[in-house]
Write a protein that binds this ligand. Sequence first.
Ligand SMILES: [Zn+2]
Ligand SMILES: [Zn+2]
Length: 263
Amino acid sequence: MWYDPYIQSDQFWVLTLVLFVVVLFRYAIIAGLFHLIFYAFQPKRFQHRKIFKGQFKVLQLKKEMLWSALTSFLFGLAGAVMILMTREGHTKIYEDPNAYPLWWIPLSFLFAAFLHETYYYWLHRWMHRPKVYRAIHKVHHDSHYTSPWTSFSFHPLESLLQSIVIPALVFIVPMYSWTVVCLLVFMTITSAINHSNVELYPKGFHKHWLGKWLIGATHHSLHHTQYRFNFGLYFTFWDKLMHTESAKYEPDFEKHTALRKNA
Ligand SMILES: [Zn+2]
Ligand SMILES: [Zn+2]
């Protein structure tokens, strides 16, 4: 199993350091890949799907990378705590896939994502209170137009508040060990998609039975430019339920997924 004791439990900081490098690489590979495809190799091909059509300032990207490196360290720290807790039998992470019915594996993924969504939506609403916003959340919003590198660009306090959710979840929800890994990868990929500044979903997806529940680049970009709408993380249901979904979402989505004029 991925949390097997290659590194001894008394080497907490070594474990934290290893996880920091893993999280940092995961971020750099996914964000780097998005950057290469959309901005380096094929900048014109995706231009019509870009939300912000100008050039990003190098200073913005550098700042995002620095904040993201700090976030990766704090995520590594939370991961080290989770692994040690699991080794000592305090969490509900299980190794044998048959310990629970097999249908529980996908269901526990969805359930954990739902709990994470709920936690994040309300945390995010709270972080938009003026005082909290200035102290904690402004760093993320300094990226008025998001880039693939924005996905982990948070103030350390915000990173800390975000890092505790998965380790806390596994105390309550029994999860197969690899389901936890899948959830962490899902978190990174969706964050890169939502901040990529390129609408990747197909035309009409915002009205599709599944697509209308998923957040994408257009949806989250509106949060960065409008502030008062689109607080969700993975899914749109809290925004729909609480009437915080931007009225610009549908027209903007249609605009970004319209065919190229010269196509
Ligand atoms: Zn926000
Ligand atoms: Zn964001």
